[in-house]
Design a protein around this ligand. Structure first.
Ligand SMILES: [Zn+2]
Length: 324
């Protein structure tokens, strides 16, 4: 009975993946027509200095469609760009889908649960190494690049170490739910005490299934009821939606030395970039030279906290750049 259910469920998921992929391709295609962009094909990269000139620039949705099509049916991303929650997730964390150079990008926009995460992590064959006295796990290519960057940093009298124990790298699905709740629950209490939410509204959001809960929080934030740690900005700048964290894909690392521009440059030379706006210690392994990032629909944004490479389809959040 359970096996039969699982077979049906699997067939249903596969169908949804195929349909969702087509919708990304379709939506992306329309965006391309409007922008007159290119097809995201690789060209000879410009040298990494002066990267903003003579660069091939692609529209993010279009570059993503091209990348997915190239990967083929085996690793299509279930991410319907027209679903507002999926859209936000893509805009905030979408750079990871371009992970290259031996890295396996996540197979879904949002992992649905622990079982899906565990099976992806098993297949990705995590490599475990001790870094700065902490055992961390990453995909093998990401680990090799991180260790090479660390050797280079140490040769310059610098270092690259985990910011927050083992959680700096691999996380499980339950970790992402716990971290989400660590922002959600205090914020519900805060806004209830402020009179912006009634007891019933706060309770309703608290009880929603995860996916609906993310949608409800993003909707409240549109009205200025923010769920970040200090209640001043979106929860997504504070913590990933459950199942959407790049740490689940074993391609993210939170570095203690993120504030040092020289460390960031070394990490960038080894394919590690900050791709989540305002998440300052968080680096993503893309395995690409910096000069190639615009061809994948990523744009460089400069903030008071330094540079980030984010999807160029992202909503404009000028107030964030001015904060801090
Ligand atoms: Zn992180």
């Amino acid at each position: 009975m359970r096996a039969a259910f699982r077979r049906r469920a699997t067939a249903h998921v596969l169908l949804r993946v195929a349909v969702a992929t087509l919708s990304v391709v379709f939506v992306g295609g329309r965006a391309l027509a409007a922008d007159g962009g290119n097809d995201g094909k690789a060209t000879n990269p410009a040298p990494s200095r002066g990267i903003t000139t003579n660069m091939k620039v692609a529209n993010f949705d279009d570059a993503l469609s091209t990348a997915l099509a190239r990967r083929g049916a085996a690793s299509r991303v279930a991410c319907d760009g027209r679903d507002p929650v999926a859209r936000r997730i893509l805009n905030e964390y979408g750079a990871v889908f371009f992970a290259s150079n031996g890295a396996v990008p996540p197979p879904v926009c949002i992992f649905a649960g622990a079982e899906e995460v565990e099976s992806f992590q098993r297949a990705a064959n995590a490599s475990a190494r001790e870094v700065g006295g902490v055992l961390i796990e990453l995909q093998p290519s990401a680990m090799r690049a991180l260790l090479a960057a660390r050797v280079e940093a140490q040769a310059e009298g610098l270092d690259i170490t985990p910011r927050d124990g083992a959680e700096s790298a691999r996380r499980g699905y339950a970790d992402t739910v716990r971290l989400w709740n660590s922002r959600l629950l205090p914020a519900l209490e805060y806004w209830r005490a402020q009179g912006r939410l009634t007891d019933e509204e706060a309770e309703r959001v608290r009880r929603l299934p995860v996916r609906e809960q993310v949608g409800a929080v993003l909707e409240l934030e549109r009205a200025g009821v923010y769920f970040s740690k200090d209640f001043s900005k979106s929860i997504l700048y504070s913590v990933a939606a459950p199942g959407a964290s790049q740490h689940l894909s074993l391609l993210a690392f939170d570095a203690a030395e993120y504030g040092d521009g020289r460390v960031r440059q070394i990490l960038a030379r080894h394919g590690w970039f900050r791709t989540v706006r305002s998440d300052c210690p968080h680096f993503t392994y893309l395995g690409l030279p910096e000069s190639r990032l615009p061809a994948h629909g990523l744009k460089r944004v400069e903030t008071a906290d330094g540079e980030f490479w984010v999807p160029n389809s992202g909503e404009l959040q000028p107030e964030l750049a001015q904060k801090r």
